[in-house]
Design a protein around this ligand. Structure first.
Ligand SMILES: [Zn+2]
Length: 151
């Protein structure tokens, strides 16, 4: 008797994801689907705030790194400073790409490409369906210090 192969995902956990997530969110995050370009909530969304994992709430990206790449998906130059983003080599579809996943819950987020602007040169091309936007709290931005006493 050989030991049976481990199932790819725990069925209990899988059912919990199906209950919590919309069908599209489930397809994208748990089955590595890709939403249609220009179809998601956040590709043309420019409010200041944080983007969290739609599955587990982990911080992933911030609006500071978001830019308009014109590709139809939310694009970022880098993950948030405290983000838990894991990168994996993805050899599906006859290409070698770098897949981006949530390091906490393994949710598929999108891919990272080396054609981005700025110092990183990276484009994190992320599905809106993987993200949950949290608007910045209603307080003055830290860019205006109370006293101008720089020394
Ligand atoms: Zn997650």
């Amino acid at each position: 008797m050989s030991t049976p192969p481990a199932p790819p995902t725990d069925p209990e956990q899988d059912r919990a994801w199906r209950e919590r997530l919309s069908p599209e969110q489930y397809q994208v995050t748990r089955l590595s689907a890709t939403e249609r370009p220009f179809s998601g909530k956040y590709w043309d969304h420019h409010d200041p705030g944080a983007y969290r994992c739609v599955c587990c709430g982990a911080p992933l990206f911030t609006s500071d790194a978001k830019y308009d790449s014109g590709c139809g998906w939310p694009s970022f130059t880098a993950p948030a400073p405290d983000a838990s983003v894991a990168e994996h080599v993805d050899r599906s579809h006859g290409m070698v790409r770098t897949e981006v996943r949530c390091a906490h819950c393994e949710a598929h987020l999108g891919h990272v490409f080396p054609d981005g602007p700025g110092p990183t040169g990276l484009r994190y091309c992320i599905n809106s369906a993987s993200l949950d936007f949290e608007a910045q709290a209603d307080k003055p931005p830290p860019s205006s210090p109370p006293g101008d006493s720089s020394r």
